[in-house]
Design a protein around this ligand. Structure first.
Ligand SMILES: Nc1nc2c(ncn2[C@@H]2O[C@H](COP(=O)(O)OP(=O)(O)O)[C@@H](O)[C@H]2O)c(=O)[nH]1
Ligand SMILES: [Mg+2]
Length: 284
């Protein structure tokens, strides 16, 4: 399989923009994908922020199963600076605001003792498509930033004012290279890497193989198959979905798209891809 590598020029620019804005920030809101919080963690983003406080948001919890809870606990660790939410759900607003308040509580009290109450500024970071803009929209209470389901939709820079906080949306950035290609694959599965630079046949097959191992019953349920050679698996998908070309041949191209689409839209059920070991290997 071709090595996954995606660090286009606009990400270098985005990293620079973030670096320039760090001094103006009190902390980071780091939006991860609850299905793959290790894969969607870019250590470089943490490095640019220095020692400022971080709130980890494991978003898209509706698409992850309860295995994500153990990942959440490891990431939050003793500090408990991690929450699992679904940004599409209004009740998540409170969860995030409460966690943010907790994060700045001490500092705010100190400020109040000195006689002032400043607005705390957070930069919202993460790899593409984890839901940064959606989280900001949820917190701001109105559609103020552009959201999209294509990797790399957010451009430019804008501060968004809430009652007690100010947020800066940022464009998604990848690590300059992936040491762990297995984790890079997870990012490809969830749509955080631009599909245009991927060999989607390899990606779809890798996804079917991983799901055959971790969630065999889901494949049985949706496609009436589990495991087998790549060709057999794609054939089963095409057959079940009625993806047949004129002339009676299976439409592999559409079967590949169907697998990725089914997974990304949650039609294969809630799935957690990263494991406890994956998360333990990183410095959150
Ligand atoms: N199912 C689900 N979809 C979400 C959630 N949060 C965001 N999305 C979708 O994920 C896609 C990317 O969101 P966006 O906010 O643009 O991500 P960004 O690139 O990190 O700013 C959009 O289609 C959102 O509607 C969530 O919690 N659950
Ligand atoms: Mg965005």
């Amino acid at each position: 399989m071709k090595r996954i590598q995606w660090f286009p020029g606009h990400m270098t620019k985005a990293m620079r923009m973030m670096q320039e804005n760090v001094p103006a920030c009190d902390g980071l809101i780091y939006v991860l994908d609850a299905r793959c919080p290790a894969a969607s963690f870019n250590e470089k983003l943490l490095k640019i922020s220095g020692a400022k406080p971080v709130l980890y948001i494991l978003n898209k919890s509706d698409l992850a199963d309860n295995k994500a809870d153990s990942l959440l606990n490891i990431i939050g660790g003793n500090k408990g600076n991690a929450v699992k939410i679904n940004a599409a759900n209004a009740s998540s607003r409170k969860t995030i605001l409460r966690a943010l308040d907790k994060l700045v509580e001490e500092k705010r009290e100190k400020n109040l003792q000195k006689g002032y109450n400043k607005v705390f500024r957070f930069m919202v970071v993460g790899v593409p498509n984890t839901g940064k803009s959606t989280v900001i929209n949820l917190l701001a209470g109105s559609k103020r930033t552009v959201t999209g389901d294509k990797a790399g939709v957010t451009r430019g820079k804008q501060w968004i004012r809430l009652e007690n906080f100010e947020l800066l949306d940022t464009p998604g950035t990848m690590p300059p290279s992936f040491d762990n290609q297995k984790l890079a694959l997870h990012l490809a599965f969830v749509g955080s890497i631009n599909d245009d630079i991927l060999d989607l046949d390899d990606i779809a097959i890798a996804l079917l193989e991983e799901l055959s191992e971790k969630y065999p019953e889901r494949l049985e349920e949706r496609y009436g198959m589990c495991g087998g050679t790549p060709l057999e698996m794609l054939e089963a998908v095409a057959k079940r979905r009625g993806l047949i070309l004129r002339g009676g041949e299976y439409d592999y191209e559409r079967a590949i798209r169907a697998v990725l689409d089914d997974f990304r839209k949650g039609r294969l059920g809630a799935v957690t891809l990263d494991t406890v070991e994956d998360v333990r290997g990183l410095k959150f």
